[in-house]
Design a protein around this ligand. Sequence first.
Ligand SMILES: [Zn+2]
Ligand SMILES: [Zn+2]
Ligand SMILES: [Zn+2]
Ligand SMILES: [Zn+2]
Ligand SMILES: [Zn+2]
Length: 336
Amino acid sequence: MRKRKADTTGHRANKHCSRCGCTLRRFWYFCPDCGKNLVWGDERGVTGAECFYCGWVVSDSFSHCPWCGRDISDEASSDTPLKRPRGFQYHGRCDYTSCRGGLQYPMHFCPWCGRGQHWPFHNEYEGVCPHCDQGVDDLMDYCPWCGHDATGQDQLWPAIRRVRHLLRKVHVPDWGYRILVRPGISGVDPKYPKIVEIERRYVNERAQIDWPSLVGLVTHELGHSFMFHHWRFARSDRFRRAFGDVSKAYRGVDESWVQFRRRNLSETPVNHVTAYASKHPLEDFAETFRFYVIRRGRLKDLLAEIGRLGKGVIVYEKFLTLHAYIQELRRKSRQK
Ligand SMILES: [Zn+2]
Ligand SMILES: [Zn+2]
Ligand SMILES: [Zn+2]
Ligand SMILES: [Zn+2]
Ligand SMILES: [Zn+2]
């Protein structure tokens, strides 16, 4: 007897996490808010059976538990794969042609042959978990499928800790940014200014990339986030005089960590902190922000360096513009 009789007394369908109260979707393995391990039993008494090992709802006709994958075959198991046993829905067939039994989303294992399954439906989520490649949303802390850090910040932790420390040092008030490790490209979508995506490839290539380079990349991207978040500042006269018009046409390029490695201003071009900064006012600001943060907002140092390199006065004005705005933000946050 590998299936147990479901105990349906006193159970309610738990749609909310019993630990943190957040709303759950049926058949998530973990609560995305607090990471609690979830068990979806047969609370409604629909199939009358639960897996002996994991306690999740199963059908008497199953040979394998579709949730933990273990063999639960017994005398009640069906000899042939069924399409839709009682209590389950039909969403697709087993990936393997030798089986083709019916499955309900998001069964991780075929209940008939026990083999692992892949669901294209995971694209109903906003992104992909850097640990297990399954669907996660931007605001999830824990992956509902594997239970690991859904943001991927754990993989970047030394860099993020450093950046946070630097932001505190230069007194940039936290604007609620959220760093996510995701496949694709590093960048910030102006429509979602707080979401800062870091290309997963850099995390996977950690062996070749030093932490200071990743600190530079993260800080540069945070510069974009900061600017999109403080859009009025970006449209102000002073900002425009220093950096130019950020809404002028620009096809963003894939931002590589290599560009954000250096700690010192480059000699050319004269009117920008680095060559990359001269590509577009958006990059100009993000690069200025990066140097300001990495050099701990020490304007005297930066001014001396600007003079030594024979750079234009406008470069100093860029730093001053940012500095003055951060002071203003601090004043406002203190008044609250
Ligand atoms: Zn929870
Ligand atoms: Zn199980
Ligand atoms: Zn199968
Ligand atoms: Zn995951
Ligand atoms: Zn950029």
